[in-house]
Design a protein around this ligand. Structure first.
Ligand SMILES: [Zn+2]
Length: 333
């Protein structure tokens, strides 16, 4: 139940950039490891939590892929999604477009069907149980290359009614969006929405490629766009949404401190920015925690925070009636 006067963290909002595998809390990691008879290389929950001190994207990804190895059965994915949705709902999330990484599971012998069955068992009743509507976006692991992505897309298209779109994530440097031009063209033809991580650690050039080569409808992160004045103008002119993840950017050392984050400059330039958690269990909080952090560290006031929440509703892949309903909730929340 939402409090009568929402705080910045409980303001109604949509979350558009959250990796479900990144919502795996240490407690659930140990719980699932026990159920699946998997030995973990950690002394316990606190030991694991203590290792969440990353130097860059790659050092995070190493731990991330070790952790998700406890996800074997459909019910593991159901428990993971339930845990995320319960936490997100407490932080004002009313709609979540949730990323998952099919290749991170299929390459270790867990089928796409198992992953989808498990996630859907949670998401199908998330509106009733948590007050959160949902959609799934399958991301390609860019560091595994375009050929494997093509094969993954073949498989995804057999389940295309179960996802709303495709994305591109994982280690960015050296893996430009343009490599995936054909994969994204095929996904578009199949009627799927398109998003891609670009300009997180990679250069502004990767954001141009995401826009002009892949034809994405949202750019995930996109903060390096700030290095390119023409690109910022283009994003603002086209009302192209960026799914910015402030606490993640600090934890992965994309920026040194939150107070140096380019978010205020992007907002001032008229870029449609949204606030998201990315990998909430690893990066110091859910989306509401990110709202609180930018309030405290960057001086965003309630009207600006409400504007960012509204941006998330405008940028979501929703029907117009659903969007209207959510707009109303943000305005009155
Ligand atoms: Zn991400």
């Amino acid at each position: 139940m939402a409090p009568e006067t929402p705080t910045p963290s409980t303001l109604p909002k949509a979350e558009l950039h959250v990796h479900i595998e990144g919502a795996l809390e240490p407690e659930l990691t140990f719980d699932r490891a026990r159920r699946n008879g998997i030995a973990l290389p950690y002394a316990g929950v606190e030991d694991l939590r203590g290792r969440y001190d990353f130097s860059d994207l790659q050092s995070f990804l190493d731990l991330y892929y070790t952790g998700m190895n406890v996800l074997r059965q459909a019910e593991d994915f159901t428990a993971l999604a339930d845990d995320y949705l319960a936490r997100a709902a407490r932080q004002g999330v009313r709609h979540a477009e949730i990323f998952f990484d099919p290749q991170a599971h299929t390459t270790r012998g867990v089928s796409l069907g198992t992953v989808l069955d498990g996630l859907e068992a949670s998401l199908s009743s998330s509106r009733e149980r948590f007050g959160v509507s949902t959609g799934l976006i399958a991301c390609f692991l860019r560091d595994r290359g375009p050929e494997e992505a093509e094969r993954m897309l073949d498989e995804l298209l057999e389940h295309s009614h179960r996802i709303i779109g495709v994305g591109l994530d994982s280690a960015e440097l050296g893996h430009p969006p343009a490599d995936f031009a054909n994969v994204f063209a095929r996904a578009r033809e199949a009627g799927l929405h398109l998003v891609a991580h670009a300009g997180e650690e990679g250069p502004a050039e990767y954001v141009w490629q995401a826009l002009d080569v892949l034809g994405v409808e949202r750019v995930d992160h996109g903060i390096r766009a700030i290095d390119d004045e023409e690109l910022v103008k283009r994003l603002a002119r086209d009302r192209m949404p960026l799914t910015v993840c402030p606490l993640s950017n600090v934890r992965l050392r994309c920026v040194d401190t939150l107070s140096q984050h380019c978010l205020p400059r992007l907002v001032d330039a008229g870029v449609r920015t949204t606030i998201n958690s990315d990998d909430p269990s690893y990066f110091g909080g859910h989306v509401g925690d990110n709202f609180e952090a930018i309030e405290h560290e960057l001086g965003f006031g309630v009207p600006e925070l409400r504007e960012l929440a509204l941006n998330s509703v405008e940028a979501a892949f929703l029907s117009e009636s659903e969007r209207d309903r959510l707009r109303g909730e943000v305005h009155s929340g």
